[in-house]
Design a protein around this ligand. Sequence first.
Ligand code: ZN
Length: 118
Amino acid sequence: MGSRCTSCGALHLPPRALCPACYGGEMEWQEMSGQGKLVAFTAVYIAPTAMIEAGYGRDNPYCAGIVELEEGPAISAQILGVDPTKPEEIEIGMPLRVAFVRRGAGDEQHTFLAFEAG
Ligand SMILES: [Zn+2]
């Protein structure tokens, strides 16, 4: 979900309470299609703690990227379905679809934003 400013129409993702374009404070929710394209990426070998706990790291890198949604806004997320050890095979502009990844268990379970190829 993104937020759209009811004053100027600017769309924000992640959603914001205040509009950085016109400083308006009236927002409405907008559901995004979940379709986008890859505009930048990197292979992460030195992972932050949460990703190390998820099994990633020097021996199991992951791909992080910037995804431009078809509605316009761009957001950073893990990119699934690509091989981060072969970055030459990952294409800028490739179509991506949103995926929600759950990690942890019980009260420690959280949902993370990701995108996957296809
Ligand atoms: Zn605005």
